[in-house]
Design a protein around this ligand. Structure first.
Ligand code: MOS
Length: 767
């Protein structure tokens, strides 16, 4: 049992949050001190001592190894594929190609099965991106499989790949209107102050520490796939379909995950290949995706090009806001990057148009990456707002405050809880924004006249979501509790948050609560995507706990010998792990395990199964989002042309915070990721053949500790009544949403150079 290994830290007391004062209907609810406390991850000791098993850590008797071969062209077709030498090499069992996969893998006739890449793997001889799976060598050892993969001979008929990033120049792209009000065509040209600029964001590649991997075990009837998954339930459904077995014959295990950032929301071809090979050979198969292929065949953040047109009155009121953008997708899939997610409701503006188009490029299929759409979208929107503030000679915080709105003007709905204004105000206060002098290059680091400071700000937003899901809670006669659900902890703290909710409602100490997740055979839990896992699982665990407690209290009144025999269970409660009368001052009560023992019951259990937001009509009347404001300081050393992000203040309105420590860690990581987005990250394709030339950790730059600024995170911690009793919204993606535009605004403030094409390169500043 996992819990025997858990060593939960004593939790700290934290002030209880007040309900949202803007929500007079919000139920009064005061959780115990464990909610909002800085509880260390209960899975932390397992991870730091190496006892946590990730997908590739599983080994089985008779297991074989599969090593993929990726295409070395980005467009064209395979004209000959010779695997005969590879097949004769020592230990080699099989070389899978498009010529022989047919009898192993029959994909469903109804097309897409929810695999990240829509085209069934190796289904024909066509190649549309560099690094596409074209063969798979399977052998007794990893080294033998690797040698065989290298011995597969392939000839291609190569075409010149299309990798142009001038997306807005592509003719005849179908236009999708996401949001429209008023008439921007009439309003913009007449606006007194105008910004009309194009912003570009590059391909970024997800680089979770734990690479994609599948260990597939076929038992003659059913599959068990050890996966690195952000959504074990989703993987169960899509892989059952892709491999042609009933859902109940597909089990996904992802106990621990070295993050995913969106790349593990869907299964990728390696899972399908590992599964089909394990069935064909009737042996367990391990297929780990090499880091290089994670730059091609497991998704990426799509590149975007966005034209922003903003018009304002001389007093800084927006009159027109237009965002027209395009993102690339692969040849085979239409993947839209929702860059306009926040644009329709972030500010008050009478005339608005958000429109988009998809262009086809010879790249692998893109997929969500932390804050998909909104993050590149807000880079454009918030950069344009900064440019507008400069044209208006207005403080950029003031410009945003002046255009705040209390209703979502795109659908006329009130917000369930919106505190964007407070985020800006609190952030300005914590950052010391009042000391900012607006002139370019006018500020210096204290005691360092050679270091020019730049200060920038940007707003942030991310949608609030709560999905219907289930959780089971069991109270056991050994004095422990168990909470389980087929969700997963991608490093965000889900294990710990689930235990905290049980503890809050029972008073059972957290080190006596066993959390079980990461297994699709448990009751269906939420995916860890779109910052919705916590918001979804918390109400399910709360309901499941209450159901278990209800059964316990009934038992206490039905069991002869119980001190509560024949009492009214409605007058009892479970407090500090003991059954006692409600309101009885200092009643010692009876430990819950004693009640179970008196009843000769091993356990009582409860199932929580709340619906999602879609089933809540009150929520349907609201516009639901998280908000934030992010302030960045850069130090520019013109003598040696060095740019550093030195300081970030991130203020987030994400509803009630359940665990301050894990929530803060999310925000810290998001800031570091934002520094990477602003200054470093870009997957560079060779225009001749589509090869991502920086497909490794030496060349794909991400921030190190030395690149990371000092970071101050602040949560408003205002519960959102529409998110259930605890009022928790998600906080994964919001932390990244404003970082890059805040940094480029700071770069402008320091240097006078506006970088509209990420990442900022030192060459941009050497003018
Ligand atoms: Mo997030 S892109 O939903 O992992």
């Amino acid at each position: 049992m996992l819990s025997s290994l858990f060593e939960a830290e004593k939790y700290l007391a934290a002030p209880a949050a007040d309900p949202d004062p803007d929500q007079p209907g919000a139920p009064a609810f005061t959780p115990s001190a464990i909610i909002g406390a800085s509880v260390s991850r209960i899975d932390g000791p397992l991870k730091t001592t190496g006892r946590a098993s990730y997908a590739a850590d599983y080994n089985f008797p008779r297991m074989v190894y599969a090593v993929p071969v990726g295409s070395t062209i980005a467009s064209g077709k395979i004209v000959s594929l010779n695997a005969s030498a590879a097949e004769k090499m020592p230990g080699v069992l099989l070389v899978v190609t498009h010529e022989n996969i047919g009898d192993m893998l029959r994909t469903p006739a109804n097309g897409r099965s929810g695999i990240g890449e829509g085209r069934p793997v190796m289904s024909d001889n066509m190649v549309s991106y560099w690094g596409q799976y074209v063969a798979l060598a399977v052998a007794e050892s990893f080294e033998q499989a690797q040698a065989a993969a290298a011995a597969v001979r392939i000839e291609y008929d190569a075409q010149k790949p299309n990798l142009s990033t001038a997306f807005l120049d592509d003719p005849d792209i179908a236009m999708n209107v996401a949001s429209r009000r008023g008439d921007t065509g009439a309003a913009f040209p007449n606006a007194a102050v105008q910004v009309d600029q194009i912003y570009s964001t590059p391909v970024e590649t997800h680089n979770p520490m734990e690479m994609h991997a599948t260990v597939a075990v076929w038992d003659g009837k059913s599959f068990t796939l050890y996966e690195s998954s952000q959504n074990v339930v989703g993987f169960q459904n899509s892989l059952a379909q892709a491999l042609g077995v009933p859902k109940e014959n597909m089990r996904i295990i992802s106990r621990f995950i070295g993050s995913g950032f969106g790349s593990k929301l869907s299964a990728w071809p390696q899972a399908v290949l590992a599964g089909s090979v394990s069935r064909k050979l009737n042996r367990p198969v391990k297929l780990t995706v090499p880091r290089k292929m994670m730059f091609t065949a497991t998704g990426h953040r799509a590149a975007t090009q966005q034209r922003m047109r903003i018009g304002a009155s001389p007093d800084g009121r927006l009159v027109s806001l237009e965002q027209n953008y395009r993102n690339h997708s692969s040849i085979g899939d239409n993947s839209r990057e929702n860059c306009g997610e926040a644009t329709p409701f972030l500010y008050s503006v009478p005339n608005l148009l958000v429109s988009s188009g998809i262009v086809k490029r010879n790249v692998g299929t893109p997929c969500p990456m932390r804050g998909p759409g909104a993050v590149p979208g807000l880079f454009a929107v918030e950069s344009a707002m900064d440019e507008l503030a400069i044209k208006l000679k207005m403080d950029p915080v003031e410009l945003r405050l002046r255009n705040d709105t209390l209703i979502d003007e795109s659908n006329k709905k009130p917000f369930s809880s919106r505190h964007y204004k407070e985020c800006l105000q609190v952030g300005a206060e914590k950052f010391g924004w009042a000391r900012r002098t607006p002139a370019v290059g006018s500020m210096r680091a204290p005691g360092r006249p050679d270091l020019v400071l730049g200060w920038g700000v940007a707003g942030a937003s991310w949608s609030a979501g709560r999905r219907g899901c289930e959780a089971t809670v069991v109270l056991k006669s050994d004095g422990t509790a168990r909470v389980s659900s087929a969700t997963q902890d991608i490093g965000t703290g889900t294990y710990t948050v689930m235990a905290q909710i049980v503890s809050d409602r029972t008073g059972i100490p957290i080190n006596r609560i066993d959390t079980v997740l990461g297994d699709s055979s448990l009751v269906p839990g939420p995916g860890s995507g779109g910052s919705t896992a916590t918001a979804s699982i918390v109400p399910a665990v709360a309901d499941g706990t209450d159901a278990a407690v209800k059964s316990l209290l009934a038992l206490a009144t039905q069991t002869a010998g119980s001190p509560f025999f024949q009492q009214d269970p409605a007058k009892l409660t479970l407090s500090a792990g003991r059954v006692c009368p409600i309101g009885a001052a200092a009643a010692p009560g009876v430990p819950f395990q004693d009640i179970l023992r008196m009843a000769n019951a091993a356990e009582v259990s409860g199932l929580g199964h709340p619906g999602g937001l879609g089933s809540d009509s009150k929520a349907g009347d609201c516009s639901m989002h998280s908000f934030g404001a992010q302030f960045a300081e850069v130090e520019w050393d013109p003598g040696i042309a060095r740019l550093r992000v030195s300081r970030v203040v991130s203020v987030v309105d994400g509803g009630r915070i359940i665990n301050r420590k894990t929530a803060t860690s999310q925000m810290l990581g998001a800031v570091v990721m934002g520094v990477g987005m602003a200054l470093m990250e870009q997957t560079v394709y060779d225009p001749r053949n589509g090869h991502p030339v920086n497909d490794n950790f030496a060349d794909y730059l991400v921030p190190t500790h030395a690149d990371s600024p000092s970071i101050d995170v602040h949560f408003l911690d205002i519960p959102d009544a529409m998110m259930g009793q605890y009022g928790a919204r998600g906080i994964g993606e919001i932390g990244l949403a404003g970082i890059a535009p805040a940094i480029t605004a700071a770069v402008y403030h320091a240097t006078g150079i506006r970088v509209r094409e990420l990442p900022v390169r030192i060459e941009d500043l050497l003018t």
